[in-house]
Design a protein around this ligand. Structure first.
Ligand SMILES: NC(=O)c1ccc[n+]([C@@H]2O[C@H](COP(=O)([O-])OP(=O)(O)OC[C@H]3O[C@@H](n4cnc5c(N)ncnc54)[C@H](OP(=O)(O)O)[C@@H]3O)[C@@H](O)[C@H]2O)c1
Length: 267
């Protein structure tokens, strides 16, 4: 690990905006990535309240050695309106998780949750193209995943969510963008799908309900998770007990680090 004493006036600065901020894992992973590449850059966590976001972004825009901004909860949607330009992925999802700052202060917002998830699956040898995918969840992370599944050629996507109207709305947006993917909403039964994904926050806390009907999980289904901690959620434990292959939430972050760094022009 490089020493912080190597930070100099030439070091490219990147930041992550969050509230709260103590739990974020991206700075450690991003700084390790910069070290591994021998890239003279650093990522620093900034604790920013929602009511201060616009003022902070206006100030960051004027910082001439700032390469980029990683964005996490609760700022991903609000910050999209503060960018000068959005990538197609960010526009589709309606949320930004990284911003590139150009030399003239122009801010371009990107969205890599879905790309990171698909790249994480691929890093473990799992393909999305041609597969039937069942996804629980219709929140911010789920929206990124849904568009990425369709973009990468999923044959069918079924979205199940506690608030059914959010699942309907997301499915309609994905269908409009990618008509070739048969996107619909469904109940909690994942039967008939190749890949079953938990994209809700259920499983982070002790006593959380299961995100879908796990009694219907059976080989050769792959059960995949967005939650990073605990590493084995109750959903993944139930899937493994029924003989399904499993894929945890960590590869999604690991795959995103390189994508985010490249987007910021830092690595
Ligand atoms: N691995 C990674 O790199 C990575 C990256 C991003 C996010 N994540 C993880 O993804 C998860 C979701 O984040 P998010 O930003 O999408 O959150 P979000 O926008 O708040 O969405 C939460 C989702 O969980 C559902 N949900 C929450 N509580 C529920 C309950 N008690 N019963 C049924 N459904 C419930 C919500 O359903 P309703 O719509 O009905 O409320 C919604 O679908 C988090 O655990 C986050 O840590 C991981």
């Amino acid at each position: 690990m490089q020493s912080r004493a190597s930070i100099s006036g030439r070091t490219a600065i990147t930041v992550i905006l969050a509230h709260p901020v103590a739990h974020v894992r991206t700075p450690q992973a991003m700084n390790a990535h910069f070290d591994a590449l021998g890239f003279d850059a650093v990522m620093v966590p900034l604790h920013v309240l929602p009511e201060d976001l616009a003022q902070v972004v206006a100030a960051l825009r004027r910082m001439r050695n700032l390469s980029g901004i990683v964005v996490t909860v609760p700022h991903k949607e609000a910050i999209a309106a503060l960018c000068d330009e959005l990538t197609e992925e960010a526009r589709q999802v309606g949320a930004v998780n990284v911003i590139r700052r150009d030399a003239d202060g122009r801010l371009t917002g990107g969205q890599f949750d879905g790309e990171g998830f698909v790249a994480g699956l691929r890093s473990a040898g799992h393909e999305v193209a041609g597969r039937a995918i069942f996804m629980a969840g219709a929140g911010g992370a789920a929206a990124g995943l849904a568009f990425a599944f369709a973009r990468h050629g999923a044959r069918r996507l079924t979205i199940h969510n506690r608030t059914a109207a959010k699942a309907e709305a997301l499915a309609a947006r994905v269908r409009a963008a990618y008509p070739a993917c048969d996107t619909r909403t469904g109940g909690p039964d994942p039967s008939g799908h190749d890949v079953v994904v938990n994209a809700t926050s259920l499983g982070m806390k002790d006593g959380d309900a299961l995100p879908l009907d796990v009694t219907r999980l059976a080989p050769p289904m792959l059960a995949a998770e967005v939650i990073m901690a605990p590493e084995v959620t109750p959903f993944l434990a139930e899937a493994a007990q029924r003989g399904c292959a499993t894929h945890g939430g960590k590869p999604m972050l690991a795959a995103q680090i390189a994508l985010l760094a490249r987007f910021m022009g830092a690595g």
